[in-house]
Design a protein around this ligand. Structure first.
Ligand SMILES: Nc1ncnc2c1ncn2[C@@H]1O[C@H](COP(=O)(O)OP(=O)(O)OP(=O)(O)O)[C@@H](O)[C@H]1O
Length: 278
């Protein structure tokens, strides 16, 4: 569990995260979706206490956090196994079954290879083993498929689906590509310009929930778009829309631009037949 209340981060005078409030629950994989520069990495850094922030970030007492943020740093001239042993000793983990871990993370054949000779996908998988080695309560993965080739992406997706999800663990995984996240995310959190603009549950049930802040749209404009008698529960600028996750995702994936603007467009143009608007 990670409870975030009114979290703000500024770099010099530039406010990068603005008043974020969200409760990440255990047992869920959260996909943090936002364009480049929207504040995804900064959110992870705030959760890890790596940047100064205002507001609060609360986790359960004694929660352990594993993370893979930016490119994984290891000793270039040590092998995968040597690097992991060293890291395990830093965090007082002994007698780990590394062979089992290398197996689970599709890295068995590389365990004796030096880090500098690994492909990016292998480096990312090694980073993932390090993040997961103490079976953490919380795992934060920042764009884990970024820069990988299609096989590397497929590998990483499978590993995330198989190894990350657990009833006790809260996982948050970022990307700027919806189709990357929808493969494993239970809930999508949308972030833009440092503001959480909505979330979408992939409930595997027919209906999910989208809640979007239409910052630039007025209530009337919104109703006009849908041309449908809708009853919108409006709290400030927050609309809640029940929609079909698959339908939204398919719609979104077909959009040429992989940006949150296209998600806005998606939601605004959605055929709402069979959908419930609250
Ligand atoms: N150390 C820093 N000093 C100054 N500005 C920074 C720093 N780190 C990030 N920023 C700025 O904060 C904003 C958010 O950056 P952040 O890396 O959190 O976004 P992101 O969503 O992770 O982007 P990307 O997908 O490109 O990694 C950007 O405008 C970035 O330039």
């Amino acid at each position: 569990m990670i409870d975030i209340q009114k979290l703000s981060v500024s770099y010099k005078k530039q406010q990068t995260l603005k008043d974020l409030t969200y409760n990440f629950k255990a047992g869920q994989i959260y996909g943090l979706l936002g364009p480049n520069g929207s504040g995804k990495t900064t959110l992870f850094k705030a959760i890890l206490n790596l940047v100064p922030y205002s507001g609060s970030v609360t986790t359960l007492k004694k929660s352990t956090i594993g993370h893979l943020i930016e490119y994984p740093g290891f000793y270039a001239n040590l092998t995968c196994q040597e690097n992991l042993c060293l890291h395990a000793s830093y965090i007082n983990l002994f007698d780990l079954d590394f062979s089992h871990m290398f197996n689970k993370f599709n890295l068995s054949e590389e365990k004796e290879k030096k880090f500098k000779n690994l492909s990016l996908g292998m480096k990312q998988r090694l980073g993932l083993i390090r993040a997961m080695m103490n079976n953490p309560d919380i795992i934060l993965l920042d764009e884990p498929t970024n820069g990988l080739d299609p096989i590397g992406i497929k590998d990483m997706r499978e590993i995330i689906t198989r190894e990350i999800k657990s009833a006790e663990r809260t996982a948050v995984i970022s990307s700027h590509m919806l189709h990357e996240l929808k493969a494993f995310a239970d809930t999508l959190i949308l972030i833009k310009d440092g503001v959480l603009i909505g979330h979408l549950f992939n409930s595997r049930a027919p209906y999910g929930l989208v809640s979007v802040n239409f910052i630039e749209k007025t209530d009337t404009e919104f109703k006009k778009q849908f041309q449908h008698p809708v009853n919108i529960l409006k709290t400030d600028i927050d609309f809640k829309i029940y929609g079909n996750y698959e339908e939204l995702s398919a719609f979104y994936s077909n959009c040429e631009r992989h940006s949150l603007e296209s998600l806005y467009v998606t939601v605004m143009n959605l055929n709402i037949q069979g959908m419930k608007l609250l």
